[in-house]
Design a protein around this ligand. Structure first.
Ligand code: COA
Length: 329
């Protein structure tokens, strides 16, 4: 097993107070609480108010990490933000987050890997540490999907929520703690199974875009589901194999929270029993890049992850992108 280069130090999260429960969607769409719970496992999701921008939520999560690590924003030399719903297209939301946080010494940029964004960002941060580019890198996963979800489309609107989570990545030192293995994979041929057709430079905003609602997320749910199950299972195998670890040694599995049925299928394949799998999709819905760091923060605060715990993260999202990271906490 390789000696870790980088370790995760501390966690933080920000989730808006406002809740849309399934009953709310019954009032605006032809759907039911029963359908949503049975098909996805979701009961409610958090929805950002106007002032709760992605930069605001991300900065709040980062503040919590820094306060607990005894660092100030000026100690930070890198901010990597995984997101699919930036506050604006230019500059990156990491720049706005940096300004909001007052982390003026940090290089800051976004990573666009949809729901896999946090794990891709973690890998970028590990690379920055390995190359000596940075020593205190905030890795943030955040999304505000309520702004790009089509609230006239029952096949997508009910699934998504808002929030942000963060961790600090530092050099691992000589101990066993840190990132043990990482696996990243992409298949761009399947991009149009989960995407936003309009709004970018290919289709700048115009009247037609508003009429056709191409600004919003479009998803072929059943196809995404099948690919997610297959790819997340494969990603678990790869991260475990690389580190020479068997699934039954994993203390906590934190999968991307999109659908309880995808989570259960992934856990079964990885031979991790459900009592070692963290699930909060019922309370937050799919928060995309935020889902893993929010779950991680909850696990740490609930004492489910302790020093020495072996933690496996696995994600799947638009692109398609998928990823897994194995960490000794
Ligand atoms: N309420 C009621 N009925 C709904 C509905 C809703 N909110 N959304 C879809 N339906 C209907 C469909 O129209 C379809 O009706 P039909 O059979 O008459 O055509 C039926 O329910 C079944 O739809 P289907 O899409 O096959 O359901 P499903 O079992 O695949 O569940 C998802 C739908 C979206 C929950 C599921 O496919 C999923 O979770 N996909 C992956 C989502 C995901 O992970 N996305 C992000 C990747 S990170």
């Amino acid at each position: 097993m390789k000696r870790p280069i980088a370790q995760l130090v501390g966690t933080g999260r920000y989730t808006p107070e406002k809740i849309f429960d399934n009953a709310y969607f019954e009032t605006i769409l032809d759907t039911s609480d029963e359908w949503i719970r049975e098909r996805s496992g979701i009961r409610e999701r958090r929805i950002a108010e106007e002032h709760e921008t992605l930069a605001y939520m991300g900065a709040a999560a980062c503040r919590q990490v820094l306060d607990e690590a005894g660092l100030t924003p000026l100690d930070v030399d890198g901010i990597v933000l995984g997101t699919a719903s930036p506050d604006r297209l230019l500059p990156s939301t990491a720049c706005d987050l940096q300004a909001e946080l007052g982390a003026h010494n940090a290089a800051a940029f976004d990573v666009a890997a949809a729901c896999s964004g946090f794990l891709y960002s973690l890998s970028v941060a590990e690379g920055m540490i390995a190359s000596g580019t940075a020593e205190n890198v905030l890795v943030v996963g955040g999304d505000r999907l309520s702004k790009i979800a089509d609230y006239t489309d029952r096949t997508t609107a009910v699934l998504f929520g808002d929030g942000a989570g963060a961790t600090l990545v530092q050099p691992a030192g000589n101990g066993k703690r840190g990132i043990l293995s990482t696996y990243l994979k992409t298949d761009g041929r399947l991009a149009e199974l989960l995407y936003r057709p309009g709004g970018g430079a290919n289709h700048p905003p115009d009247e037609q875009m508003l009429q056709d609602r191409t600004y919003f997320i479009r998803m072929a749910g059943r196809e995404v589901f099948k690919n997610a199950v297959r790819s997340m299972a494969d990603a678990c195998d790869r991260a475990l194999e690389k580190a020479g670890v068997h699934g039954d040694e994993v203390d906590v599995l934190i999968p991307h929270q999109a659908n309880i049925r995808i989570i259960e299928a992934t856990a079964k394949h990885a031979h991790v029993p459900m009592d070692k799998v963290y699930v909060n999709v019922d309370r937050y819905g799919n928060t995309s890049a935020a889902s893993i760091p929010i779950a991680l923060d909850e696990c740490v605060r609930e004492g489910r992850i302790k020093e020495g715990s072996l933690v496996l993260f696995v994600a799947f999202g638009g692109g398609f992108t998928w990823a897994s990271v194995l960490v000794r906490w």
